[in-house]
Design a protein around this ligand. Structure first.
Ligand SMILES: Nc1ncnc2c1ncn2[C@@H]1O[C@H](COP(=O)(O)OP(=O)(O)OP(=O)(O)O)[C@@H](O)[C@H]1O
Ligand SMILES: [Mg+2]
Length: 235
């Protein structure tokens, strides 16, 4: 469904991605793990058209989308839920959700769907009229995911959804990620919580200093001593 092939990205003279290749099949959850500054967000930004790719290609459903405009990438069905939540703080919860549907043409269904989402994300329902900036971190994360989902992604790019959340909230957010996938949405999940990311994903890639250093079936990576030492904090 999505094929990243030998992609390089530079920020000035910083070579942030050094020929990254990765593949996602329809219906999968693919995890991308790696330490701070490894290039995870850069890769998501390259896919969603937020940074320029200097070489290599990104193909989505057979079409080369490398360096397409971000708004065209969204229209093709790739939705990027960014790091750090980025909700519209001064808008109420409900309006934040509606904002995720701006690119959709079938305007009539949107309100119905927004209501249905509110029913599903219970915490949001109770806070429908509350300004997004007054939500807790976990609630903002749910709102950001909900806003992405109403855009009807074929692929959802999730950047560190568990960052800064309590263990209970992390469980809740991961449950929503799994449910979303079961409803047929393909997911590329960037996570520092390697343990959980490997548990819920089908395949995984490990990125270090702009290079993919390992990849495979997630359960195999989870069982690997090398991965356990480097990313799961085990001796
Ligand atoms: N706009 C930018 N200008 C210059 N350098 C940048 C820019 N964005 C990222 N970088 C650099 O590119 C490298 C990769 O950054 P990136 O944000 O992709 O890492 P990451 O894996 O997402 O890290 P984290 O886990 O901390 O979010 C880092 O060295 C970073 O400093
Ligand atoms: Mg990042």
């Amino acid at each position: 469904m999505l094929k990243v092939d030998d992609v390089s990205v530079y920020y000035g003279h910083i070579h942030a991605l050094k020929g990254v290749s990765l593949e996602i099949k329809e219906g999968e959850i693919v995890a991308l793990i790696g330490s701070n500054g490894a290039g995870k967000t850069t890769l998501l930004n390259a896919i969603s058209g937020m940074v320029k790719v200097s070489s290599g290609t990104i193909r989505f459903e057979g079409t080369d989308i490398s360096n397409h405009k971000a708004q065209d990438v969204v229209k093709s069905g790739i939705i990027h839920c960014p790091e750090g939540r980025k909700v519209f703080g001064d808008l109420p919860v409900y309006e934040n959700i509606l904002a995720g549907a701006l690119a959709r043409k079938d305007k009539k269904k949107i309100k119905e769907e927004a209501d249905a989402y509110m029913d599903r994300f219970e915490r949001l329902k109770e806070r429908r009229k509350q300004l997004a900036k007054t939500l807790s971190g976990g609630e903002q994360q749910m709102l950001a995911i909900c806003r992405s989902l109403i855009g009807r992604p074929k692929i959802l790019l999730l950047d560190e959804p568990s960052m800064g959340l309590s263990p209970t909230m992390v469980q809740e957010v991961f449950r929503i990620i799994q449910e979303t996938n079961q409803e047929g949405i393909t997911i590329l999940l960037v996570e520092q919580n390697a343990n959980l990311a490997l548990k819920i994903s089908n395949h995984a890639y490990v990125i270090e200093s702009g290079l993919i250093v390992q990849s495979g079936i997630s359960s195999d990576l989870l069982a690997s001593d090398e991965i356990r030492k480097a990313y799961l904090g085990e001796a």
